[in-house]
Design a protein around this ligand. Structure first.
Ligand code: NAD
Ligand code: MG
Length: 396
């Protein structure tokens, strides 16, 4: 088998580190070709020492200068670049076989889109790409013959449970519904009155998964599940009405597909992102991911319930923007990024996240998602309005 050169966007994050762990287990198959991060120079340097990538990228020029010096002093041949143009280049270079898209938020859109336009194999964790620009991105994947493999555990499960030719249409494949499972996050049973005092530490303490801070807060508001509904819509051309969220607190069933004959195919496993990461790296083969085997006897039981759209307002907002179409979901995504950031820096209460998102959606009209410029403009407008609302303490 030919050695695969992998570009890891977001190498220092939770998904990036898990990706490097799988790569570490298979040095005969995968090479970390380019490692990219935002500002974590220490962690990226450590990764450079171990994986000796051809390229390393930081967003900031000064920090990249620091990393360059350290790499040179350590005798590494790694070339250090900086900025978004470097991310775009390293997602599209001919030597690159696959791109792990694991930047958090809108910052990942342009490099991931570049990977699609270069016809790469894309392992997509960065769901915000599809939420912001699903139509554009899926078109780029089709037109440039890119291979898109979902890494988000639910979508990876759905991908595994669908027939290989699902692109000809879910109806044609006899699919009736997609059952998108959700843990319900840390506040599934918290009394509503107590939610107003939730701290960032409490919100980031997810019962089943260890993840970056943004997705952890999104899980606590269930905005994450809302973003995933939109993600599923674009990945599988599934209508909003055919995507059913199922609360399943154990996170053992990662999602399921219901067929016309009554069959339901699910994918199960321990909650460990190395499973979908290894799946996407090796597809269509299977490799060891370092994940503990699932012990059904230890788990004993699996529970399911319907989602509470009153408590988790953000989940409803996601269905609303999906039905609305155009740039509405980019607006929601941008407002939410600002809201989560404000919550993490204690400028917005937990319940203010949904209220801010809704206020921004109500204030800004959505337009058609014609081009990348339309998406970026909607994103910028929503960010500035959301930031203004935070500063005015509208929901404090
Ligand atoms: P994280 O915060 O742990 O890591 C984010 C990574 O992106 C870091 O390496 C950071 O340096 C990089 N980054 C951030 N801003 C950047 C910028 N402007 N330019 C370049 N790089 C930048 O996040 P995570 O938990 O690893 O999540 C990454 C993505 O994967 C998110 O979109 C998340 O929704 C998705 N995801 C994560 C998990 C999980 O278990 N962590 C599961 C499913 C999906
Ligand atoms: Mg998920």
């Amino acid at each position: 088998m030919k050695m695969q050169n992998i570009t890891v966007l977001g190498a220092t994050g939770s998904i990036g580190v898990s990706t490097l762990d799988v790569i570490r287990r298979h040095p005969d198959r995968y090479r970390a070709f380019a490692l990219c991060a935002h500002r974590q120079v220490d962690k990226l340097f450590e990764q450079c020492l171990e994986f000796k990538p051809r390229f390393a990228v930081l967003r900031d020029a000064a920090l990249a200068g620091d990393l360059r010096q350290r790499c040179q002093a350590a005798g590494l041949a790694t070339e250090v670049l900086h900025g978004v143009d470097a991310l775009i280049e390293l997602s599209s270079l001919p030597e690159v076989d696959a791109v792990m898209a694991a930047i958090v938020g809108a910052a990942g859109l342009e490099p991931t889109l570049a990977a699609a336009r270069a016809g790469k194999k894309i392992m997509l964790a960065n769901k915000e790409v599809l939420v912001m620009a699903g139509e554009l991105f899926m078109r780029a994947v089709r037109e440039h013959g890119a291979t898109l493999l979902p890494v988000d555990s639910e979508h990876n499960a759905i991908f595994q449970a669908l027939p290989a030719d699902f692109a000809r249409g879910l109806d044609a494949c006899g699919v009736r519904r997609i059952l998108l499972t959700a843990s319900g996050g840390p506040f599934r049973n918290t009394p509503l009155e107590a939610l107003s005092n939730v701290t960032p530490e409490q919100a980031c303490a997810h019962p089943n998964w260890v993840m970056g801070r943004k997705i952890s807060v999104d899980s606590a508001t269930m905005m994450n599940k809302g973003l995933e509904v939109i993600e599923a819509h674009w990945l599988f051309a599934a209508s909003p009405a055919s995507i059913q969220v199922v609360v399943h607190p154990q996170s053992v069933i990662h999602s399921a597909v219901e067929y016309a004959d009554g069959s339901v195919l699910a994918q199960l496993g321990n909650p460990d992102m190395r499973t979908p990461i290894a799946y996407s790296l090796a597809y269509p083969e299977r490799i060891d991911a370092g994940v503990e085997p699932l012990d059904l006897f230890k788990i004993g039981r699996l529970d399911f319930s319907e989602p509470d759209f009153q408590r988790f307002r953000c989940l409803q907002l996601a269905y609303d923007v999906l039905n609305q179409g155009g740039t509405a979901s980019a607006i929601l995504n941008a407002a939410n990024e600002i809201a989560v950031d404000a919550f993490l820096s204690r400028k917005l209460p937990f319940l203010g996240i949904a209220r801010l998102n809704e206020a921004v959606l109500n204030a800004l009209p959505a337009g058609p998602e014609g081009s990348l410029a339309d998406v970026l403009e909607a994103d910028a407008n929503a960010r500035s309005l959301a930031t203004k609302m935070v500063l005015e303490q509208r929901f404090a």
